[in-house]
Design a protein. Structure first.
Length: 456
């Protein structure tokens, strides 16, 4: 059933019922209504529980049928045996669909539950996320229908996955960084809405620049391939797929009941259609972050500028492993650098060790390089506390032809403040030189795929 209009109505819902809403904060169902309220939702939230009159200060109804008027969305967090009846009631109330938190389907060895609720949804014209999910958040509507984390930091990254915990972790990283998310969507068993549906939605979404996808298995291979073929060149897609090892495949089967499939085939499909494949959760986040914030590089030339010799060496090694090029510096550029009065014990090669924490010298070094077209990407590494580094990075990013990104690799409390401020100003910043260079490598690879397809 292809009906993205119904899914959009769910994400943009203005009247939401939460079935199974509880006053008990130790239960998953007890944190759903508070999460929606704490996320800043401005629509109407209606708790449903036959054993409660008030939940989170809101009037509680005994059933969906007892709610006056129509609904847009029903969030379901009750035992699986009650879900079919609630879907019928939701349809009677005109709802577009449901977010089914409830477990008890194929992940528990009971695929007939998934089949039954899908049959009901199709008969009644509903769409649904789940079952067996942590929830769904859509930032532009400030709808945070998840039991964790509360999403309050909104930004250009969509996080989608078949594990609620992985989605929550990446979402939290983005919030802690000051990057924020446009959507945070747990897929669970995907009995109805699947990864292919969501990838197409996020490609349409004006608030999303890149999607980070955690994948355990693909039930409909041709549908997935068609989706990534259509979306990957419109907006970057970064995928972390587990199940490479035998133990990993067994873990996948026990988690969502999915089949992990051939890893080699999956990698080949990703390469063919320009999907960035991440090796781990950090790489998934880092690649998505840089693609969400930094323009696509024109080439693979990277200039590294740092206050620390050690971080220069780390960046150089990782850059080499990524196939990045650290070009030799032109003689006139080196001469201009020496005129800046930089420390004699620094380095005048690439990577550049400035041996300084003076923002003016960082600024002049980048500007001189950009004027000479030394690199396609300039990585600025703050290996020490550098007050004012956030404003400097934003200023350089706005004026430079080269792409600008940063690593903050030391600096205690100053680092924490400056890194978050820098990310909020739109400059991708990483906690180590290695992570920064791997992210640059992903960005360069994707840029090459775009150029290749545009030339075809």
């Amino acid at each position: 059933m292809e009906n993205n209009d119904a899914i959009w109505r769910m994400l943009k819902a203005r009247r939401v019922a939460v079935v199974g809403a509880s006053q008990d904060p130790t239960k998953f169902s007890g944190v759903l209504v508070p999460s929606i309220l704490a996320g800043g939702y401005t629509g109407e939230v209606i708790p449903v529980n036959p054993r409660a009159e008030v939940v989170a200060g809101l009037t509680c109804y005994p059933s969906v049928s007892d709610i006056p008027g129509t609904l847009d969305l029903v969030v379901i967090a009750v035992p699986a045996k009650f879900v079919p009846r609630i879907l019928h009631e939701a349809a009677d109330k005109g709802a577009a669909g449901a977010i089914i938190i409830s477990a008890g389907g194929r992940e528990s060895g009971k695929p007939e539950f998934d089949r039954e609720i899908l049959r009901i949804a199709r008969e009644r014209g509903l769409r649904f996320f789940g079952p067996n999910i942590q929830g769904v958040s859509y930032g532009p509507n400030r709808l945070c229908a998840v039991f964790w984390p509360v999403v309050t930091e909104h930004g250009p990254l969509a996080v989608v996955g078949q594990s609620g915990t992985v989605v929550a972790a990446i979402t939290d990283w983005a919030q802690d960084d000051g990057l924020g998310v446009s959507a945070s969507i747990s897929l669970g068993n995907q009995a109805d809405i699947c990864e292919s549906d969501v990838l197409r939605l996020m490609a349409e979404d004006e608030h999303t620049r890149v999607t980070a996808l955690y994948l355990e298995g693909v039930d409909d291979g041709p549908r997935f391939v068609a989706a990534i073929k259509d979306v990957a060149m419109k907006k970057p897609l970064v995928v972390l797929k587990c199940g490479r090892s035998q133990r990993g495949r067994e873990a996948v089967a026990s988690h969502t009941g999915s089949l992990a499939g051939s890893d080699k085939v999956f990698s080949g499909v990703c390469r063919q259609y320009g999907v960035i494949r991440a090796d781990d959760s950090e790489s998934l986040y880092d690649a998505a972050k840089i693609l969400a914030c930094m323009p696509l590089p024109a080439g693979r030339r990277v200039l590294v500028i740092s206050s620390s010799g050690g971080s220069c060496a780390l960046a150089a090694d990782t850059g080499d492993a990524q196939g990045l090029v650290l070009p030799d510096l032109p003689d006139d550029y080196v001469a201009a650098l020496k005129d800046l009065g930089l420390a004699e014990w620094g380095s005048f090669a690439n990577p550049l060790d400035l041996a300084t924490i003076a923002v003016d010298q960082f600024r002049a070094t980048v500007r001189l390089a950009d004027a000479r077209n030394v690199a396609d990407v300039i990585l600025v590494i703050f290996g020490d506390p550098v007050p004012g580094s956030a404003e400097l990075a934003a200023e350089l990013a706005a004026e430079s032809r080269a792409c600008i990104c940063a690593a903050y690799y030391g600096g205690g409390a100053v680092e924490q403040v400056e890194r978050r401020k820098m990310q909020r100003l739109g400059v991708p910043v990483f906690p180590s030189p290695e992570r920064a260079m791997r992210a640059i490598g992903a960005s360069c690879w994707y840029a090459e795929q775009r150029r290749k397809r545009e030339a075809e």
